[in-house]
Design a protein around this ligand. Sequence first.
Ligand SMILES: [Zn+2]
Length: 207
Amino acid sequence: MHGYSVLAHQQWCVQLILKNYRKLKIIYKSTQKQRPLFAWAMGMRIEDIRPTFDVFCLGELLWAIVSDKPLLQLWYFNRPQFNLEQMFPHAPSIKMANPLFEKCIVENEEDCLPDATALLEEVDKVLTIIDRNGDLIDENIKRPCKVCGIGDYELRINQDEIATHEFGLNPRGNWKHKIFMCNYCGHVQLFGIGTGEINPPPPAWSS
Ligand SMILES: [Zn+2]
């Protein structure tokens, strides 16, 4: 399981498993005595276990599918030896995995999504982004150029009006811009960042 869009390669498998999560629950019920349980399910009787148990187990399973490793230690998905971002440093879509795990592979039950349906919805959101060939557009995330496929986009202008003018653009009104440029072919991505009430910043850039 290597390559550029490792999550995309696994999406059918992930969907299949999530659709059959009730079956998975039965498997865990029958094997739970042989495997260490996570902290907040430890010592609980099986009839007292809440749907969050499924969520944690499904999160572990998602991690195992993508990592191609059999077992995650406790909730340590972001430790170096288990961190998918370090296992697949050249796969931009892998950066969508850890934020998902933060909602299911958790030390404390109160940080966990309430049930498997909620997790399925979160996974669907990620798979939709991958299906649409979407990017995470945080300025700190390296994104490969979609035109030449060789270079990476670099942030050249970050809402700086003078720099925008010098770039050859003459913005009017309450608009600022983020401009990314491929460091190999020069392809430009232009984002308009509104600054007023009529044109507020888009959600991706509002925080
Ligand atoms: Zn390029």
